[in-house]
Structure formats: C-alpha cells, structure tokens
Design a protein around this ligand. Structure first.
Ligand code: FAD
Length: 387
C-alpha cells in the first residue's frame, strides 16, 4: 500500500515535493495544504520587478487535479496529533507520512508607528501587490534592512523612478550573508544609480499623518521623509506547529540530510528547517529555492525508499539592476579573497579560499562560467570530504 502523504505548506518546497512524488511513481493519496488563497506561486519575482504580471504560478491550475494532488487552498493546519497521525485544519486529516513545509514569515519591525498605511513587508503576492500600488515616480521610499530582498526592491523601485533610501543597522549591506568585498561593490553600484544608503543606522520610530507614513526617524534624530516604507529585516521560520507537536526545533525544525525529523513519519523541508549544509560545521537555515528543491528531492527519495540524492553545493541568486548575482558555497569570515574581473564593468567574481588554498565559496556577477567552475570545484571538495 502506498502511504497517504500530507504536506503542510504549498510554497516552493511543498509543491515541488508533491510533483516529485508523482513523478517518482507514488500512487498513494497526496494532500497539499496552503493557508494562502492563491495557487502556489514563485516568490523571487515579488522583489525583482514592479512591472508586468506579478503572479507566476509554480504549476498551471489544472496540474493538481490531473496529478491527483488534493490541493486545499485557504486551509490552515492548526495542530498535529502525532499519536493519532492526524493534522487538524478546517477538518481533521489522517496521514501515514507528514511533511512540514511551512516556510518563513517576515520579521516584524518593533518600533512605534510601524502599523500605519504605506508600510509593507515583502513575502506574499498580496504584499507585492500592495507595494506596487505605492510605487509611483517621484514618491519617496525607505527600505529598512539592506539584505537581498531590500536591495532587489531598491533596484526595482529605482527603475520606476522612485526616490530610494536604504537604512541598514550594520556597517554594511548584506552583512549577514555576503563578504565585505561584495557588500562594498554592491553598495557602490546602487549609489551610482541614485540610491541613498545609510549604514550604522537604527530606526527609532515612524511618523505618520492621517494614518499614512510620513517619515522614518533614526536613533540620532534624523528624519527621512517618505510615503512608503518596505520592511526587510529578515524572516523567522514558521516552526510553531512542529514545536507544538513536540518535534525538535532550534529556530527552525531540525532535520538530517534526508529531511527527516526525529519522528520517522514526519519530514520537514524548505525555509522552515535547520539542516546540515555541505562545507559547514553544524546545521543552519538556508532560505533559497535551490535548498527547498534539494530537500524536496531528499524527502521524495526517503518516502519512495530510494537511495538519497548526493548532497548539493548550496547556492543562491539575486537580480539587481543589470547584475545577475550567483553565489555558491557559504561565505564565512576569514580566508583569502581573489577578485577576477572589474566591478565597475558589472562583471566580476570573488573567489574565497581557506588557508590550504581550496575554494570555499564564490560570489559572482554576470560571470556564469566562474560560477559553474567554482560550483563544480566545491562539489568535488565536498565529495572528497565525505570519503
Ligand atoms: P514558503 O515559500 O514560505 O511557503 C510556505 C507556505 O506554507 C506559505 O504559502 C505559507 O502560507 C504556508 N503555510 C505555512 N504554515 C501553514 C499552515 N499551518 N497551514 C497551511 N499552510 C501553511 N530564493 C532564491 O533562491 N533566489 C531568489 O532570488 C529569491 N528571491 C526571493 C524574493 C522574495 C521577495 C522572497 C520572499 C523570497 C525569495 N527567495 C529567493 C527565497 C525563496 O522564495 C524561499 O527560499 C522559498 O520560497 C522557500 O519555500 P518554502 O516552500 O520553504 O516556503
């Protein structure tokens, strides 16, 4: 008998898993819960372009019925009973195998005035639609947080003629995820295209008039006037369902390299997990499409009783202006950095090496050959370290 698989979360991870299970010959029932009303969609376009159609569906509407995937939209799973092997949503639903793919939610800005009109987050299609309405040339936008989403939104807004200021608490943009060299190059690229970037700046409060945001006020008293604010200060794993069911969570559901939790009937995949990553000691959270896809493959193999897929080199992409950024490996402090290409030409690669000279990560802009070469070096290095 093929097991009945219940997937909670119909983002990239959950939807890919459902499709891969059918592709792999799974004949049992598949139930896919999503608490949003929309069909499953791609999130990356939400911050990259503010023209054209925002809704890009992961699969065409008829796909789910054709594949025998019971897609339950607008239906939130509120609890899990692991003893009875049931989840509770608008009705109770039994499972043989449960996969948690609940993703992440944007971290809220906890300062006074953050709840007024014109202040938006950027996680869902509805968020992006709300933001787009505000993006009219000559308007002033403040982006709180200089992470990838903030920088992408800044580039897309500048392309619409919007006046953009990025406010970053750390001393550089992308402080948590990129090397200081890449941060400096990207900051220069954005400034040259008209964006103001303020670093070492803590937001104290937002001011408003008629319940509409009017300014972002910093700790030193500086007020930056604006009509729209994008809050991009990171995301938190939606692991409360798992924690409530007694699964081990350490700011993210803890899984192994087969996406298993401590319960053999429960897997977890995507942004909600804390997972082993090749080339990194211990586990970490990765928020990326390649990671969600890889874990969907891991869980598919485990559920279908197939050999686990080989671990993949972690990678990520981002589009800003005409820069196609691709990063492979996890950039860690220390080590040597070798630069190839000229940042002002918009085409360069930063090779990160350890004390033995081995490549540990590469950050590239419009340099696909460097990206592919370094990714394959990393793959062989990780394979060597597994032997
Ligand atoms: P999610 O996409 O968050 O999906 C989880 C779904 O589960 C959500 O729809 C949620 O509503 C639903 N859910 C949660 N709890 C429940 C419940 N209890 N019951 C029912 N449903 C539930 N990655 C890249 O690699 N490159 C990029 O360029 C890039 N750009 C991005 C731009 C933006 C604006 C954002 C927000 C993300 C971007 N990412 C990018 C990250 C990437 O989109 C995520 O890593 C990926 O979407 C994770 O997929 P997921 O399925 O784990 O989670």
């Amino acid at each position: 008998m093929s097991p009945r698989v219940v997937i909670v979360g119909n983002g990239h991870a959950g939807t890919t898993l459902a499709a891969l299970l059918r592709q792999g010959g799974h004949r049992g029932e598949i139930v896919l819960f999503g608490d949003e009303a929309n069909l499953p969609y791609h999130r990356p376009p939400l911050s990259k372009k503010f023209t054209g159609e925002l809704a890009q569906w992961l699969r065409p509407a008829p796909f789910y019925a054709e594949q025998g995937i019971d897609l339950r939209l607008g239906d939130q799973v509120v609890s899990i009973d692991r003893t009875a092997r049931r989840v509770h949503a608008s009705s109770s639903c039994p499972y043989d195998v449960l996969v948690l793919a609940t993703g992440a939610r944007p971290r809220e800005l906890s300062v006074s005035g953050a709840g007024v009109g014109g202040v938006v987050m950027l996680r869902t299609l509805e968020d992006a639609r709300a933001l787009r309405k505000h993006l009219v040339a000559e308007r002033r936008m403040v982006i709180i947080g200089g992470g990838y989403i903030g920088l992408e939104a800044a580039a897309a807004a500048r392309a619409q003629g919007v006046d953009v200021t990025i406010v970053e608490r750390e001393d550089r943009v992308l402080a948590r995820v990129a090397s200081p060299e890449l941060s400096a190059m990207l900051a220069a690229y954005h400034r040259e295209r008209g964006t103001t970037i303020v670093t070492n700046a803590v937001v104290r409060r937002l001011t408003s008039r008629d319940r509409q945001v009017r300014a972002v006020v910093l700790d030193d008293g500086t007020a930056i006037p604006c009509e729209v604010v994008v809050v991009g200060v990171g995301a938190e794993p939606r692991d409360e369902l798992a924690a409530g069911a007694g699964l081990v969570c350490e700011r993210g559901i803890v899984v192994d390299e087969c996406a298993r939790t401590g319960d053999p009937a429960v897997f977890a995949i995507g942004d909600v997990t804390r997972r082993p990553v090749p080339g990194v000691d211990g586990a970490m959270r990765l928020e990326s499409i390649p990671s969600a896809t890889e874990q969907a493959r891991q869980a598919t193999a485990a559920i279908l009783g197939l050999d686990p897929p080989s671990p993949e080199v972690p990678w990520f992409w981002s589009d800003q202006f005409d820069l196609k950024l691709k990063i492979a490996g996890v950039v860690q402090p220390g080590g040597e950095v070798e630069r190839r290409g000229d940042p002002s030409s918009g085409r360069f690669a930063l090779y990160h090496r350890d004390e033995t000279g081995d490549v540990t990560a590469v950050e590239t802009a419009n340099a696909p050959a460097d990206f592919m070469a370094a990714k394959s070096l990393l793959r062989s290095r990780h394979a060597r370290s597994r032997v």
